[in-house]
Unconditional design. Structure first.
Length: 352
């Protein structure tokens, strides 16, 4: 996949989260509105949500494309077990459509999504999809197909490609390998990411939305509102033991997670996890103080951090030396634990 659009501020992230890899996210509150649209910025005229309706009807998942917003189909990110990413595709496309519709939506300075950047990515992907699907006769019969492919690839190119390739084959009889798409929005729009950088993932925004209304429009609003408190309580994990753990030997580079709040460092919540999308065991704030009693953390365990909201200084980035979470500007970060310089891994949420 192309990695266009990631130049500029240093970012460490990856799509699949494996040991030694990390994943960033956040979410929730009133979308930051720029005082005026940037020069040359304009709403995107193509309607990815309408295109999705036609796409799902062609797949046999929908009878009336006008009712696409109500469709529960979850194909984005489907794996071999036929599981999607936990958010209906219509809700994700509604989020994308809202970002593309509003040229005043510019949350880049806050670590969130930007209309200007998202519109550039979508237009580039629309051109690429038209090129790849471009037999003239087929394009004339199905002008919505390229728009649907562009929408999926803008939302989550690393996880949508196999599902889309199969769908394109079924719908149009075309065997294509979807590659060289613009991937700059993968730090904001996938389910595990955080469009408004409020430390609530887009998937968590959907879970909360489903508990109160379940509408795609409400989901999009919450994903673009960093002031909204819209996260369900986390259910704790009972144990962090793997089947092959030696209880008498934590192994090399095990240690403790410590919160550095000296000189204005911001507070955060922390969990130790086995699965990036699963439950974890929360570390109390008092246990993260230097020298405090804390259960030892094995190297390779996943650490999830979320900035505590409502503090008196704005957040800038994380300082987590020796990990892939270091320098991330997302208010939620997941990284692999390793204590390289002594038993204490000092973590600092650096203010601006």
């Amino acid at each position: 996949m192309s990695m266009k659009g990631l130049a500029g501020r240093a970012v460490s992230w990856a799509a699949p989260v494996l040991v030694g890899m990390c994943l960033f996210a956040g979410g929730g509150g009133a979308a930051a509105q720029a005082p005026a649209p940037p020069a040359g910025s304009a709403p995107v005229s193509e309607d990815p949500l309408r295109a999705l309706g036609m796409f799902l009807m062609a797949l046999g998942e929908l009878d009336d494309p006008a009712r696409v917003a109500e469709c529960p189909f979850d194909g984005n990110g489907k794996d071999k077990k036929e599981k999607g990413n936990g958010i209906p595709d219509a809700a994700e496309f509604t989020l994308l459509a809202e970002v593309l519709r509003n040229p005043r939506l510019e949350m880049g300075a806050l670590g969130g999504v930007s209309h200007t950047q998202a519109a550039e990515a979508y237009r580039a992907n629309l051109a690429r999809a038209a090129e790849q699907l471009g037999d003239p006769e087929g394009a004339a019969r199905r002008p919505w197909l390229a728009a649907a492919v562009a929408g999926y690839m803008t939302l989550d190119a690393w996880n949508a490609d196999e599902f889309l390739e199969a769908a394109v084959r079924d719908i149009a009889g075309l065997k294509v390998r979807l590659d060289d798409y613009e991937t700059s929005q993968l730090i904001h729009l996938p389910a595990q990411q955080d469009a408004d950088n409020d430390a609530v993932t887009n998937r968590e925004e959907w879970e909360y939305t489903r508990s109160v209304s379940g509408t795609a429009q409400e989901f999009a609003r919450r994903c673009l509102d960093p002031e909204a408190r819209d996260m369900l309580p986390m259910v704790p994990l009972d144990s962090l033991h793997c089947w092959n753990d030696d209880p008498n030997d934590p192994g090399p580079h095990a240690g403790f997670l410590r919160m550095d709040t000296s000189n204005g460092g911001l507070k955060f919540n922390a969990w130790v996890k086995l699965d990036p999308d699963g439950r974890g065991i929360e570390l109390p704030e008092e246990a993260m103080q230097l020298g405090a009693q804390q259960d030892i953390i094995r190297a390779g365990r996943l650490i999830e951090l979320r900035l505590v909201p409502g503090q008196n200084r704005p957040f800038d980035h994380w300082s987590i030396p020796g990990t892939m979470g270091d320098r991330s500007f997302k208010k939620r970060v997941v990284f692999t634990f390793i204590a390289q310089n002594g038993p204490d891994l000092m973590v600092r949420a650096v203010p601006r």
